[in-house]
Design a protein around this ligand. Structure first.
Ligand code: NIG
Ligand code: FE
Length: 437
C-alpha cells in the first residue's frame, strides 16, 4: 500500500497532479448524500448486506494525515478545527468511497483495434487468438518495449483512473511470458505504485498464455513458471498475488492448481481467471486452493457457485468483458443469492475490455446482470477491496481507513449507473489529497 510520504506524487504521467495539492488533512463537509458502504469491520458484504450502503444525509468526513478519523451527520460534529484547516463544501453532492478496480492488465504496449474491427464482422476472441492475435500479439509488443515506455503509458492511465473515481487498482503482469519480461513488468508496476498517487497492487500471471516458443511444450512452460519465475518473483517480493488463466488452450485445472500452490509457498495469494470461455471447473479449483478471488465466471455452473460460497472466495465479475466480447454474462444473481461475495472490476486490457470506467462497469452490471445499483456500488468498493485482501484499509468510508473519497455531481447515488457514459466525478480525494478532476 502506498504511503503518502513515500511517494513522489508528480510522476511522469501526472498532468492532473501538476496542480497545487491540498495537504493530507481535509474536512469534507455538508455532504448532501454520503455513501459510506460501512461494514462495521466485516471483510466483505454478501447477500442482502450488499444492498446496505450506510447512507448518511447532510454528512461530514474528517480526514487527518491521509486517514479517515471521523464520519457522521454534520450536526453531531463537535471537534474544534484550527481556522486554517482545509475544508471542502459538498452541498448538493454525493460522496462515495473511491472505486477499487481489483482486476486489470493495464501495463501493456500497442493496441488491438484491428481485432475489435474483426469482431464487429463476426470473428470471436478465440478465433483471433488462434490466428496469432490476442494475448501473444501484445506479448511481442511488451517484450520489445522498455520499462520506461511501459511506465509512461500506464502512468497516464493511472492519472485518468483518478479522474474516473478509481483510487486503488490491481495490475497484472502476463504480457512477458519469459522471466526477463515478466520481471520488467512487475518492476514497472511496483515503481508506479511508489511514484504515482494511486494504490497499485501487483499480480504475477506468468501463466496468462503459452508463448510461441513453448507452443508444443505446455509442460515445459509450466515448469518454467513453477521452477524459475515464481521463486524469482517470490524472492524479490514483486507480487502480492499469483493468477492463472484457466482455460481451454491455455492452462487446465491441474496445471492451475499446481502453479497457484507454488505461488502460495512464495507468499503470493492465489487468484484465477475462471470459467470465462468454457466451463473448465476453475471455480472449483479456486475453492480448493483457497483463492482470494475467482474472476470472470461467465460459464460457472451450480457446483462451482456452491464451492465458492463454501470457501468464501470473492467472485470478481467483469461486466465490461462480456459487453466488449459479447459472449454472455456471469450469473451475478445466482452468485449473490448463493451468498458468494461479488466484486466487479474492469479487466482493463487491450484485448477483452479497453475501458477502465468503473461507473460504466456498474451500468452494465445493472442492465445486463440484474445487479441493483446498491449491489453494484458495494461490488465496486468494499468487495473489490476484499478481492485484494485490502478491506481493512480501503473500500468504505469508515474511521481508520485510507481517506479515498470521490465527489459526484448528484444528489442521489443511483444517478451514477443510470446516467451512463459520462463522467460525474468532479473531485477525487486520495489519501486526503484533493484533486480537481
Ligand atoms: O482477462 N482472459 C485472459 N486475459 C485477459 C485478456 C487479455 C488480452 O486479451 O490481452 C482477460 O480477459
Ligand atoms: Fe483478466
Amino acid at each position: 500500500m502506498l504511503l503518502p510520504d513515500a511517494c513522489s506524487i508528480r510522476g511522469p504521467g501526472s498532468a492532473l497532479l501538476d496542480q497545487p495539492l491540498v495537504p493530507l488533512d481535509l474536512f469534507v463537509k455538508n455532504i448532501t448524500q454520503l455513501v459510506t458502504v460501512s461494514s462495521g469491520g466485516d471483510r466483505v458484504k454478501t447477500g442482502p448486506a450488499m444492498s446496505e450502503l450506510g447512507l448518511v444525509d447532510d454528512a461530514g468526513v474528517l480526514c487527518e494525515g491521509g486517514t479517515i478519523s471521523w464520519v457522521g451527520p454534520m450536526k453531531e460534529f463537535r471537534k474544534k478545527l484550527p481556522d486554517d484547516f482545509p475544508e471542502l463544501d459538498c452541498s448538493g453532492k454525493t460522496v462515495l468511497p473511491g472505486f477499487v478496480d481489483s482486476h486489470t492488465h493495464m501495463l501493456f504496449a500497442g493496441t488491438r483495434e484491428k481485432e475489435f474491427a474483426l469482431r464487429a464482422k463476426g470473428a470471436t476472441y478465440q478465433e483471433i487468438a488462434e490466428a496469432g492475435g490476442g494475448i501473444v500479439s501484445t506479448v511481442s509488443n511488451v517484450r520489445s518495449a522498455t520499462k520506461k515506455e511501459l511506465k509512461k503509458q500506464t502512468a497516464r492511465f493511472l492519472n485518468d483512473l483518478l479522474r474516473h473515481g478509481t483510487t486503488t487498482v490491481e495490475i497484472k503482469s502476463g504480457y512477458g511470458l519469459d522471466l526477463d519480461t515478466e520481471v520488467k513488468m512487475l518492476e514497472a508496476i511496483n515503481e508506479l505504485g511508489k511514484e504515482e498517487l494511486m494504490s497499485v497492487i501487483p499480480t504475477f500471471i506468468g501463466a496468462h498464455a503459452i508463448p510461441a516458443e513453448y507452443r508444443q511444450n505446455l509442460a515445459g512452460y509450466v515448469d518454467l513458471v513453477i521452477n524459475t519465475m515464481i521463486p524469482y518473483v517470490g524472492r524479490k517480493k514483486l507480487a502480492a498475488f499469483c493468477d492463472v488463466f484457466c482455460e481451454e488452450g491455455y492452462f487446465g485445472p491441474e496445471e492451475t492448481a499446481r502453479i497457484l500452490r507454488e505461488g502460495k509457498k512464495w507468499g503470493m495469494e492465489p487468484k484465477i481467471h475462471a470459467d470465462e470461455l468454457t466451463p473448465l471447473g476453475g471455480a472449483e479449483v479456486a475453492a480448493e486452493v483457497g483463492a482470494v478471488s475467482a474472476d470472470h465466471l461467465e460459464r460457472a455452473g451450480d457446483k462451482g457457485i456452491a464451492a465458492l460460497a463454501r470457501a468464501g472466495v470473492v467472485a470478481g465479475l467483469l461486466p465490461g468483458v462480456s459487453f466488449f466480447l459479447n459472449h454472455g454474462y456471469a450469473p451475478a444473481r445466482k452468485l449473490i443469492d448463493a451468498g458468494v461475495p461479488v466484486a466487479i472490476a474492469s479487466d482493463f486490457n487491450p484485448g477483452s475490455c479497453m475501458s477502465y470506467s468503473m461507473p460504466m462497469m456498474m451500468t452494465i452490471a445493472c442492465t445486463q446482470m440484474k445487479m441493483t445499483p446498491e449491489e453494484a456500488i458495494t461490488a465496486a468498493t468494499l468487495n473489490g477491496a476484499a478481492a485484494l485482501s485490502l478491506s481493512s484499509s480501503a473500500g468504505s468510508i469508515e474511521p481508520g481507513k485510507s481517506a479515498d473519497l470521490i465527489v459526484a455531481e448528484m444528489k442521489d447515488y443511483r444517478m451514477l449507473a443510470y446516467h451512463f457514459g459520462v463522467n460525474h466525478i468532479t473531485k477525487t480525494i486520495k489519501q486526503g489529497v484533493l484533486l480537481e478532476v
